[in-house]
Write a protein that binds this ligand. Structure first.
Ligand code: MG
Length: 240
């Protein structure tokens, strides 16, 4: 159900509402290293508990708005991920209890300046400057869900093609921590509420974005097959 067109929410205005949601985005939580093969491809250990970080809401890039490559990075990567939207307050709930709070699902690109992230990792600093830049939280329209079971959340599939070439494909069955488990984990540390969205981690196959790239995502969720297209550009007005 399309409720609030993204074009009514100009870039950089506060409290933006993605297509398919009836409320604006409040917090953006992200999960790192939630697929074994992706953890390995970047030389990281497979985590024993979820790796969590956040992005500012100013990073939102909705629908067909282009992903903008910043001038101070020369290696910006795509990370295709399933994104869930929380529809009510959630505090200290089990993976079963949180199922009724999962209101909608989308796909998104956790855009990452890999060169900057590697520098930050070396210095043991937070990743915000590599993952929280403008347009670095790209997001497809959401579809609302009808209280699927935990098992249902484990059979989503998604894939990304860039300029017609398949680059990344994932299955939620291959997650280290399932989507309900992640939401439960977060709820024991933060008070989640309506408008919080969660990027749930990327499978292996991440790689660079170049100006002019056209991204096409195909995904299957709860019996529906969907596509989402976006593109990459540079913002020369930011260069100094
Ligand atoms: Mg990611």
């Amino acid at each position: 159900m399309l409720i609030s067109p993204a074009d009514k929410c100009p870039m950089h205005s506060p409290f933006r509402t993605p297509v398919g949601l009836s409320f604006p985005v409040r917090n953006i939580f992200c999960v790192g290293r939630n697929y074994r093969e992706h953890a390995k491809e970047l030389g990281n250990e497979v985590p024993s508990e979820p790796v969590i970080f956040t992005k500012p809401t100013s990073a939102l890039c909705l629908g067909n708005e282009p992903i903008v490559l910043p001038p101070h990075s020369s290696d910006v990567h795509y990370e295709l991920e399933i994104v869930v939207a929380i529809g009510r307050r959630v505090k200290n709930e089990s993976a079963t209890e949180v199922l009724s709070a999962l209101q909608a699902v989308a796909v998104g690109i956790d855009v990452t300046a890999r060169d900057l992230q590697n520098q930050l990792k070396q210095k043991k600093l937070p990743w915000t400057l590599a993952k929280g830049l403008d347009t670095f939280a790209a997001l497809s329209p959401f579809i609302e869900v009808e209280k699927p079971s935990e098992k249902d959340w484990g059979i989503l599939t998604f894939e990304l093609a860039i300029d017609g070439q398949n680059r990344q494909s994932g299955k939620t069955s291959e997650m280290i921590f399932s989507i309900p488990t992640l939401v439960s984990y977060l709820s024991h540390r933060f008070t989640l509420d309506r408008g919080d969205i969660i990027y749930t981690g990327t499978p292996s196959g991440v790689g660079p974005l170049k100006p002019g790239n056209r991204l096409k995502t195909t995904w299957n969720a709860f019996g529906t097959s969907l596509t989402w297209e976006t593109r990459v550009t540079t913002d020369k007005t930011q260069q100094n």
